[in-house]
Design a protein around this ligand. Structure first.
Ligand code: ADP
Ligand code: MG
Length: 384
């Protein structure tokens, strides 16, 4: 498959166009933290059959130590990952297919969302010992490129950027804020570093460094990047020749997104949403929830232009793209409200319909030379 699944008639209960696909939505539960265990919080989330999520609401009105079970809510997703799930499993289930599709010249995007501390950065970036989706995707990409390098040339470019307070910054070469422009490939950040990548090791170090450049909130010094969105873009250009020796160029783009903490911005009800709008709360996340609402309701106008994040995600949400959402949640009863909120949005995101991804392909004029750069790249790739 190409990552996105066709919506079947049975699923929708109505006839649907075969060119329509939907967002795949996954939930990942992180293990209970040491602190949480120590302060007596209870586990309020249970995942069964790798699909079903049960969220229990407790009340502690009478006796803190004898929490009373109020009610249990049930949600179901494409896959739900219990706390024992490995990084590799998360990667293969959510993103593996998208990497294959990007090599064919399609676009794909994966975003993690959830409250601060729910495990987004762990899932996306991970640690040196347990690398996350970003690193595993690039590793897999290079492996697939190596398998195929005999029948063509691949160029892999990376860019890593941050949206913080409606300012776009280059995480690979921090400096002045970047300006967004629209071009035929979608929204681009002018002047963004396009890093030519040759090997996985180099990329891990690069991403770790980039992550350290993410904005730390002055008020919450040890909570890095809770309000900044980080976007890694991997652009793969594949050149090959057809039967008449014309050079065919395909360009696929994979966007991997670690969203800001959703605790204050992704309010469930409209009234809270409105009251937040006045405050200088994360405008990009608010805009994202408005876009999701508009997409779900099948509105003609989707307000992508309302924020930097939604402008950047326009071709991931509204265009022709394979899109995956990973909702990260904590098991602690102390995070019940945030978890409920995250599951609500994840549930809603299941309704978003997308255009089936297309191959971005163009024919290069006969006789146009492939530069020495490409030969060098091919050699480098074979060495790795
Ligand atoms: P977020 O980016 O959503 O704010 P983090 O990814 O920083 O949250 O996770 C918060 C803490 O929980 C970190 O210390 C992280 O290492 C740990 N953590 C998150 N998910 C997992 C997991 N699946 N397994 C082990 N530890 C995790
Ligand atoms: Mg984080």
């Amino acid at each position: 498959g190409n990552g996105a699944r066709n919506v079947t008639d049975a699923e929708k209960g109505e006839k649907m166009d075969a060119s329509v696909s939907r967002i795949l939505v996954f939930v990942r539960l992180r293990p209970m933290g040491k602190k949480e265990k120590e302060n007596g919080s209870r586990c309020c989330v249970k995942i069964l059959n790798k699909r079903d999520v049960y969220l229990t609401e407790f009340t502690n009105e009478n006796d803190y130590l004898r929490l009373k079970r109020l009610r249990v809510r049930h949600f179901t997703f494409d896959s739900s990952f219990p706390e024992t799930t490995t990084q590799q499993e998360v990667y293969s289930t959510t993103t593996g297919d998208l990497v294959g599709a990007v090599l064919e010249g399609r676009n794909g995007s994966v975003f993690c969302y959830g409250a601060t501390g729910a495990g987004k950065t762990y899932t996306m970036l991970g640690t040196m010992e347990n690398p996350g989706v970003m690193v595993l995707a690039i590793k897999d990409l290079f492996a697939k490129v190596r398998q195929r390098s005999l029948d063509g040339n691949h160029l892999v470019h990376l860019s890593y950027l941050e949206v913080y307070n409606e300012t776009v910054r280059d995480l690979l070469s921090p400096g002045r804020p970047l300006i967004l422009r629209e071009d035929k490939q979608g929204t681009v950040a002018a002047g963004l570093t396009q890093y030519r990548a040759y090997s996985t090791d180099e990329v891990m170090a690069l991403l770790q460094r980039g992550n350290q450049n993410r904005t730390t909130e002055p008020t919450r010094c040890n909570e890095t990047s809770s309000r900044s969105h980080a976007i890694l873009q991997v652009i793969v250009e594949y050149k090959t020749r057809d039967a008449s020796m014309n050079i065919i160029s395909r360009v696929g783009k994979l966007s991997l997104i670690d969203l800001a903490g959703s605790e204050r911005a992704l309010a469930t009800d409209q009234r809270t949403l409105r009251s937040l709008e006045g405050a200088n709360i994360n405008r990009s996340l608010l805009a994202l929830s408005s876009c999701i609402n508009a997409l779900v309701e099948g509105k003609k106008h989707i307000p992508f232009r309302n924020s930097k994040l939604t402008q950047l995600l326009k071709d991931s949400l509204g265009g022709s793209c394979n899109t995956v959402m990973i909702a990260n949640i904590s098991p602690s009863s102390q995070s019940f409200g945030e978890t409920q909120n995250t599951l609500h949005w994840a549930d809603r995101a299941k309704e978003i319909r997308l255009k089936q991804s297309e191959v971005n392909e163009e024919m290069v004029q006969v006789g146009e030379e492939e530069g020495p750069d490409q030969a060098k790249l091919l050699l480098e790739l074979q060495k790795e």
